[in-house]
Unconditional design. Structure first.
Length: 132
């Protein structure tokens, strides 16, 4: 009886994992909205508007602010949903080399339990998570 219950639990976990990590293409309306970074290094937000314009806002702990706005585009590459940001500038501390010159930022849109997120740094587990 206990073995049967354990097997059912394992099967349920596998099914829920596949449901939460769907490979379906992500449409444009799904990515539009406000994203907030999960790090605690300052206020870090990114807003994607329907007209193809993004607004990036970073407030440093000392009160300084950086705001940048330009175009974004949704693309599908090798079964992945990607966003390209034109002239993006990171203000995150320790990313000084990225903050000096605006550049393209190409990032995959990840879906985790029906929440969209954009990875900033996979090693530090920093990402922007969409807020509804």
């Amino acid at each position: 009886m206990e073995i049967m219950l354990t097997r059912r639990c394992i099967i349920l976990i596998i099914i829920l994992t596949f449901l939460g990590c769907s490979e379906k293409p992500i449409n444009r309306s799904t990515v539009i909205g406000k994203y907030v970074a999960n790090h605690k290094l300052g206020t870090d937000t990114l807003e994607l508007r329907e007209d193809g314009i993004y607004t990036y806002y970073f407030k440093f702990p000392d009160g300084r602010e950086l705001k940048n706005s330009n175009r974004w585009e949704l693309e599908y590459k090798k079964k992945k949903t990607m966003i390209t940001f034109d002239d993006f500038v990171f203000a995150l501390p320790n990313y000084e080399s990225r903050t000096k010159k605006p550049a393209f930022w190409i990032v995959e849109v990840e879906r985790l339990w029906k929440k969209s997120r954009l990875c900033i740094d996979p090693d530090l587990y920093y990402y922007y998570e969409k807020r509804d």
